[in-house]
Design a protein around this ligand. Structure first.
Ligand SMILES: Cc1cc2nc3c(=O)[nH]c(=O)nc-3n(C[C@H](O)[C@H](O)[C@H](O)COP(=O)(O)OP(=O)(O)OC[C@H]3O[C@@H](n4cnc5c(N)ncnc54)[C@H](O)[C@@H]3O)c2cc1C
Length: 454
């Protein structure tokens, strides 16, 4: 039976960065991936990546076709398309990726550092002994052989379905399930247009509460006459529209798509909520989409997934250098992710509820009359507090006198985001005190949900 220091299940963006980080330290790393090596990287995605994520991780810009288009920012359209917010801050500059080539580039970084890839290998179950994860069982899909692999730490990097996470016993203290109400059902196509679109520099986002409640429709330029076009809708218990049908009823009715050709299309899921409150236990760490590490407003998860792989990797190296990889020894990963990106994600969960509470009319009016401004969106997107000073508030009240409900909801949203941000600043440095912290988190979000959308 093969033994590793660390087994990483899933060779997506999260898994590859974790593998690279850990293998660099000389530890023995195995990456278990169900796809064939040559298909790694393929993913139904909007393909947009902020440049700052590469910079933060110290990754150079790849130059072998991985970056298909350079993006200067976002244009956000009101549902009636009469108001357009242009958000072009540095944080919104970036690239549209060739996802397959980018995935292969990351994989090579991991294997170049010595990580061993076990591709065409389907993870089945974690092996748990004495309340610790000590390995996995998997099936080689070429030989049909069942294999057992042992390791000191197993990382769940399997993406949205969190295949390891789902099978962990309660005693390990990691949530197994993500509520569907926090998940967007998405449909996306890559289209070849008849001619290059006029917009080649901005990611376009169309708000439309009927077609994509809690989400949006996007058209992203991919270079030349190709675009990445898609839609996401929150899977609310009260029902939600069929994403593919809605995309055909909305975006594809635009003249730019006349005579266009589908290059590829498909559906997938995006978990848009706060991060898992706890992502570690004895011998196990959860990263990327498996830990719900996606921005709840724009659905971007490539950057956070890589960030989590990096932080998790560093923490595992430290834990193993000192002794056993217990929950206590791995806890620093929770703290570092929450302090760096998680608190922003958490507070944006509240902004997501605000957007969900708005009708198309509210959004048209609110954006047109500047009750909500580009600056608010920018600050919300960057996770900054947006404070409304008295003059600004008064001006907005005056402009919004016909929509006082909208302004009240915006104020409730701003104050709850502030409260939640302060609460995230008290995330415990060790597992002690975590239960109370988590109860309060759940309570703040439940209260906001009740007031805004129920
Ligand atoms: C439609 C859509 C549009 C999006 N647009 C954007 C965007 O524009 N920008 C952005 O930043 N983010 C976007 N996201 C989110 C982004 O795609 C994810 O956050 C990111 O890919 C997460 O990476 P990951 O490594 O955690 O998971 P994944 O990329 O899903 O990788 C998981 C890996 O695990 C493997 N795996 C799964 N199960 C098993 C198993 N049983 N055994 C072995 N291997 C297994 C998979 O094959 C895969 O290789 C979008 C998501 C969707 C659905």
């Amino acid at each position: 039976m093969e033994k590793f220091d660390v087994i990483i299940v899933g060779a997506g963006t999260a898994g590859c960065i974790a593998a690279k980080t850990i293998a660099e330290s000389g530890l023995k790393v195995g990456i278990v991936e169900k796809n064939k090596r040559e298909n790694i990287g393929e993913k139904i995605c909007g393909d947009a990546l902020g440049e700052h994520h590469l910079t933060f991780l110290g990754l150079e810009k790849p130059n072998g076709g991985e970056l298909e288009a350079k993006i200067d920012g976002m244009k956000i359209y009101s549902p009636d398309e009469n108001t357009i917010f242009t958000v072009a801050d540095n944080d919104f500059k970036g690239y549209i990726l060739n996802r397959h080539l980018f995935g292969q580039w990351l994989l090579k970084k991991a294997t170049d550092k010595g990580a061993q890839l076990l591709d065409s290998t389907n993870f089945r179950t974690p092996i748990i002994e004495k309340n610790a994860v000590v390995g996995i069982s998997a099936k080689n899909m070429i030989t049909n052989e069942n294999v057992e692999l042992r390791s000191k730490v197993v990382i769940d990097a399997t993406g949205f379905f969190g295949m390891v996470r789902k099978q962990l016993p309660d005693v390990l203290g990691i949530d197994q399930e993500i509520d569907n109400e926090d998940v967007e059902a998405c449909y996306r196509e890559i289209r070849q247009l008849k001619q290059e679109s006029e917009n080649t520099k901005y990611c376009e986002i169309y708000l439309n509460q009927k077609a994509s409640p809690g989400g949006y429709i996007w058209i992203f330029p991919k270079g030349g006459a190709r675009v990445n076009v898609g839609i996401g809708a929150l899977m609310r218990k009260s029902g939600y529209p069929n994403p593919k049908e809605q995309l055909y009823e909305t975006a594809f009715k635009k003249p730019m798509f006349n005579g266009s050709q589908i290059l590829t299309g498909g559906s997938w899921f995006d978990p848009v909520r706060r991060p898992l409150d706890n992502m570690v236990s004895n011998g196990v760490v959860i990263i990327g989409d498996a830990a719900s590490l996606v921005n709840p407003i724009h659905g971007g998860g490539i950057g956070p997934s890589m960030l989590s792989g990096h932080f998790a990797g560093k923490q595992i190296i430290e834990a193993l250098s000192k002794g056993e990889p217990t929950k206590e020894a791995l806890w620093g990963y929770n703290k570092q992710y929450i302090d760096t990106y998680g608190k922003k994600q958490g507070t944006l969960d509240i902004f997501k509820l605000f957007l969900l509470s708005c009708s198309d009319d509210d959004l048209n009016y609110g954006m047109n009359q500047k009750l909500m401004t580009e600056d608010d969106v920018l600050k919300a997107g960057m996770g900054d507090e947006f404070k409304l000073n008295i003059t600004e508030t008064a001006k907005r009240v005056f402009r919004g006198i016909r929509r006082i409900g909208f302004l009240n909801k915006l104020h409730l949203t701003v104050s709850t985001m502030k409260e939640l941000r302060a609460h995230y600043n008290t995330y415990p440095a060790t597992p002690v005190g975590f239960e109370a912290w988590r109860d309060q988190t759940v309570d703040i979000i439940a209260q906001a949900k009740k007031k805004l959308v129920e």
